[in-house]
Design a protein around this ligand. Structure first.
Ligand SMILES: C[S@@+](CC[C@H](N)C(=O)[O-])C[C@H]1O[C@@H](n2cnc3c(N)ncnc32)[C@H](O)[C@@H]1O
Length: 218
């Protein structure tokens, strides 16, 4: 599915989010910069926008961008992502403790086993490593019904005009409905081997950034 939409993926993202996705990735990259990591893995990198934003802020760090879609990785490389690896996030081809930061933007939700993917992420992180997950969530309160209407009725139609692939965007709404958010997401992260999970809602709760750490050994 991602291979089919790779070519128009960026355009669809920017149009359908009204440009908010730029701000969300900028916020995520700024948080990562504050951790001063030397080796970063951007999982489910897609067309590489988060990897590029981190690359710009941390020019001396090694940023590895991984995805299981060769079409997406081709787009990422054409935009300037330096190191890409074709890999399934649930079976990563990296040794334990290889990275001091792992990021995943709009990717975890699409994986078939969230616990397994987060457990693999914890494995490849060093002790005291950092996790950042950026993904959609459902806003609470009065915005929720309006947002749901947009998500299920308007977005698939608009996306089909941009990408020619309505089914991929029918899937998007359902995947957001099923994906845990807020406290539930923090619990999932901590159950998978992390501590200090925290959440920052974005744009009225349409998206959120979750951060957590692996345990420091004394
Ligand atoms: C919605 S895109 C997100 C891309 C990018 N991170 C962004 O912020 O725009 C989801 C990406 O996750 C990738 N993906 C989904 N499941 C994966 C898995 N198990 N392993 C690696 N990549 C995966 C897809 O190929 C796709 O490129």
């Amino acid at each position: 599915m991602f291979g089919r939409i790779a070519r128009r993926y960026d355009l669809a993202n920017h149009l359908l989010s009204g440009g908010a996705d730029f701000l969300w990735r900028r916020r995520a990259a700024k948080i990562v910069e504050g951790w001063r990591p030397r080796r970063v893995l951007d999982l489910a990198t897609g067309s590489g926008d988060l990897a590029l934003a981190i690359q710009r802020r941390l020019p001396d760090a090694t940023i590895i961008a991984a995805d299981f879609s060769p079409e997406m990785l081709k787009v990422a490389r054409s935009k300037g992502v330096r190191e890409t690896v074709l890999a399934d996030a649930m079976h990563l081809p990296f040794e334990s403790g290889s990275f001091d930061c792992v990021t995943v933007a709009f990717g975890l939700r699409n994986m078939s086993d969230w616990n397994l993917a987060l457990g693999e992420t914890a494995r490849v992180l060093s002790k005291d490593g950092h996790l950042l997950v950026l993904d959609f969530s459902l806003p609470v309160g009065t915005l929720r019904p309006t947002y749901r209407f947009y998500l299920h009725r308007c977005l698939p139609f608009l996306a089909s005009l941009v990408t020619g692939q309505k089914s991929a965007y029918d899937y998007l709404g359902g995947s957001i409905e099923k994906f845990p958010s807020g406290e539930e997401m923090m619990r999932l992260i901590e159950e998978s081997g992390f501590v200090n999970a925290a959440v920052q809602p974005l744009t009225g709760g349409i998206a959120a950034i979750y951060t957590a750490q692996t345990l420091r050994t004394l």
